[in-house]
Write a protein that binds this ligand. Structure first.
Ligand SMILES: *Cc1c(COP(=O)(O)O)cnc(C)c1O
Length: 384
């Protein structure tokens, strides 16, 4: 059996070997700058970027011209929210978001509050879902943007995006979605769903770190926003800076592979996730956090009542099981998950919760091993 058992795919995924292979020529051999207009090396890089843009666009049902490459989803979140706010402020300055968003969204909204934005942070139910009626009630004449994630990184819960996009359209408000955890994992089409802007990133879908994208709708009345980086005017003047050609090529390959493998990947992960979850629910004091129907196929978040979460995590990590209590971005700090707290868990239970996010490499054997180790650890911690 392969160790470690990696159950932290929502933090990052390994680069697929095919992705790595596609990237390699673009480091030392075809090293050109995609913006160099006067020689073959530049053209080769430009062509490679164009092909990747096509592959990335295709995965989400967009046109290539609607894809802006960035350094990742954090940058794409910032560009979308700040870019839309600055385009419309001071005329309109109200942003609606939700309590379970990633910090890249919440902190960006907080930052804008200091610049005069009015921000409404919607509550979620115990199942992690936003109530569309509550969202509609929050829309005001000065509302410019709804920022709502597609799938939660800690629980896998899927928001009712179609219903929300219909509301946004009806009320003339733009809809931005951080779809990092959904893209490449479940079928997602920006046109069918009616999303105006969407952020996603390569390293959560078996691509390289340090490259992501912002989808910006151009069909109909094109969405316009302010650039956050000044410089050479790359990416339709929305994101200056020399393109990360190897990274973008890897992102394109990862997108093509994700499209090809989506069904099989989802089924594989779901079978293992369900087996893991069903067995963990047999332990006393355990419960699933978040809606179990409207959820990503490869994620479960479980609270272990009466167990000290940090101790459980340490015991499992010591046994070569790589998993986390929540977002990697906030697990450096020792505050309990803001996502679970927004769903009504108290600090103790939020601390006692673990996120299991499965992926391509996981096996039945690894799940059996994990279940044995958890059983031992929980027994040991409950009977000191
Ligand atoms: C990982 C993650 C991000 C950050 O993506 P980076 O590319 O690492 O900046 C943003 N939002 C969500 C929901 C994530 O899971």
């Amino acid at each position: 059996m392969r160790l470690p058992v990696y159950l932290d795919h929502n933090a990052t995924t390994p680069c697929d070997p095919g992705v790595l292979e596609a990237m390699l020529p673009y480091f030392a051999e075809n090293f050109g700058n995609a913006a160099s207009r006067h020689h073959t090396l530049g053209w080769m890089a430009e062509d490679a970027v164009a092909e990747a843009r096509e592959e990335v666009a295709q995965l989400i049902g967009a046109d290539p011209a609607e894809i802006i490459f960035t350094s990742g989803a954090t940058e794409a979140d910032n560009l979308a929210i700040k870019g839309i706010f600055e385009e419309h402020f001071p005329g309109k300055g109200h942003i609606i978001t939700a309590a379970t968003e990633h910090n890249a969204v919440l902190d960006t909204c907080r930052h804008l509050q200091q610049k005069g934005a009015r921000v409404t942070v919607l509550p979620v139910g115990g199942d992690g879902l936003v109530d569309p009626a509550g969202l509609e009630a929050a829309i005001a004449p000065d509302t410019v943007l709804i920022a709502l994630m597609y799938a939660n990184n800690e629980t896998g819960v899927l928001q009712p995006m179609r219903e929300i996009s219909a509301l946004a359209q009806k009320r003339g408000v733009l809809l931005f979605s951080d779809a990092v955890q959904a893209v490449g994992k479940i079928p997602l089409n920006v046109r069918d769903t009616g999303i105006d802007l969407m952020a996603f990133t390569a390293h959560k879908m078996y691509g390289p770190k340090g490259v992501g994208a912002l989808y910006i709708r151009r069909r109909g009345q094109p969405v316009s926003l302010r650039a956050q980086m000044d410089g050479g005017g790359h990416e339709r003047k929305l994101r200056s800076g020399t393109l990360n050609v190897p990274g973008i090529v890897g992102f394109g390959k990862a997108a093509a592979l994700a499209a090809e493998r989506m069904e099989q990947d989802a089924l594989h992960a779901a079978v293992l996730r369900d087996r893991l979850e069903d067995a963990l629910l047999q332990l006393s004091g355990t419960a699933v956090n978040g809606n179990r129907e409207q959820r990503l196929p490869h994620v479960t978040n479980i609270s272990f009542g009466g167990v000290e979460g940090e101790e459980l995590l340490t015991l499992l990590n010591n046994n070569d099981i790589a998993l986390s209590s929540g977002s990697a971005c906030s697990s450096a700090t020792t505050t309990p998950s803001h996502v679970l707290k927004a769903m009504g868990l108290d600090d103790v239970l939020a601390y006692a919760s673990l996120r299991f996010s499965l992926g391509r490499s996981n096996t039945e054997e690894q799940i059996s091993y994990t279940l044995r180790r958890i059983d031992e650890a929980v027994t040991a911690l409950r009977n000191p």
